[in-house]
Design a binder for this molecule. Structure first.
Ligand code: OGA
Ligand code: NI
Length: 349
């Protein structure tokens, strides 16, 4: 066997993608058009139109059964997506020296990066990260680094993120209602949010059977709203049987997944599910996740309303800012050990 890629990218045999992956029995597709017609109710005890209660039940079931779903009729303008995608395509097509002028470093985790490791194996991808609220604290420096070219990237990104953030808030409210909580129960945590967007670019790979675009992982934040192009490659670990299934690209849709923080808030009712990205030898692929993330000062723990004597809190409280910093310091270099995970805060029974 001739291995054509650097050893750093090679996955251990058990984690390599199988040559054929099912996209049958995939994640639910949910039509959000009821919330374009009706306001989201503020309290689960309010009377709502059937269309809305059906939608909330559908979202609750998807969060419980899959941790993942796709949404259509989501209200985000297609034009915003097209512009940001076109600008991303231009940026990633630049020579690498040019891209590295806005490279992430040890102090500031934002900007361009092409050597990220997931679980200590290098990912076959390059990324550009930017945040909505820049901040500087003793803990972290979060400052955007916009490239000179293409000049329209910044505006396209800023306008895109506004649209996606609105959608993320609506989803957060629907998820709160599905847990029988007031719609805005989570909103306060996001006032000084650390929401950020990643532009992902996956080049074609000569050995797609040995590497992954992103190794298996769970998203550490509250909720992810992901756009993927028509190429496909996102694989989700199906809760029902532990099989990897490919998320079939649906035009003009977003993929939503529950992150670790909702898992903790919901005391494991909604679990953060493992996923990864497979690559292929022919086509490049673009994707754009929006990571909905609370303020750095947030202490994360199971919500009091969702725990009781029969269902006691399963996690110790942890501070999101400290977790984020520990992750930042480990994600960007290869370590000999596993990085911080929420199960480290799981209470011993
Ligand atoms: C991620 C991720 C999926 C994709 O960046 O966390 O899971 O399809 N991306 O690019
Ligand atoms: Ni992810």
């Amino acid at each position: 066997m001739v291995i054509e890629v650097d050893q750093a990218f090679i996955q251990e045999a058990e984690h390599r993608p199988k040559p054929t992956i099912s996209d049958a029995g995939g994640i639910p597709v949910i039509d959000l058009s009821p919330i374009l017609r009706y306001p989201i109710p503020s309290d689960p005890a309010d009377p709502f139109p059937d269309e809305l209660s059906d939608l909330i039940a559908e979202i609750g079931a998807a969060c419980q059964d899959w941790g993942f779903f796709q949404v259509v009729n989501h209200g985000v303008e297609l034009e915003l997506l097209e512009r940001v995608q076109a600008a991303a395509r231009e940026f990633f097509a630049l020579p690498v020296e040019e891209k590295r002028r806005v490279k992430r470093d040890d102090v500031n985790p934002l900007g361009y990066y092409d050597t990220e490791h997931t679980k200590n194996v290098r990912d076959w991808k390059e990324v550009f990260d930017f945040i909505l609220n820049e901040s500087e604290s003793d803990l972290l420096q979060l400052k955007n680094q916009w490239p000179e070219y293409p000049p329209e990237l910044r505006e396209a990104c800023e306008e895109y993120v506004e649209g996606v953030q609105k959608l993320a808030y609506k989803l957060l409210e629907l998820i709160a209602l599905s847990l029988n909580l007031p719609a805005k129960r989570f909103n306060g945590f996001f006032e000084d949010s650390t929401n950020f967007v990643r532009l992902n670019h996956y080049n074609p790979c000569p050995s797609p059977d040995l590497v992954l675009g992103v190794g298996r992982h769970k998203d550490s934040r509250a909720l992810t709203v992901l756009y993927q192009d028509e190429v496909g490659g996102l694989d989700v670990k199906r809760k029902a049987d532990g099989e990897w299934v490919r998320v079939k690209p649906t035009p003009n849709s977003f993929i939503i997944n529950v992150g670790d923080i909702i898992q903790v808030w919901s005391n494991d009712k909604y679990e953060s599910v493992e996923h990864r990205v497979s690559v292929n030898s022919e086509k490049e692929r673009f994707s754009i996740p929006f990571f909905f993330s609370p303020a750095l000062s947030t202490n994360v723990k199971p919500l009091e309303e969702l725990v009781n004597e029969e269902n006691p809190a399963r996690y110790e409280e942890y501070n999101w800012g400290e977790f984020f910093k520990a992750r930042k310091d480990s994600n960007f270099k290869k370590l000999g050990k596993e990085n911080l995970q929420i199960y480290h805060f799981r209470k011993k029974v």
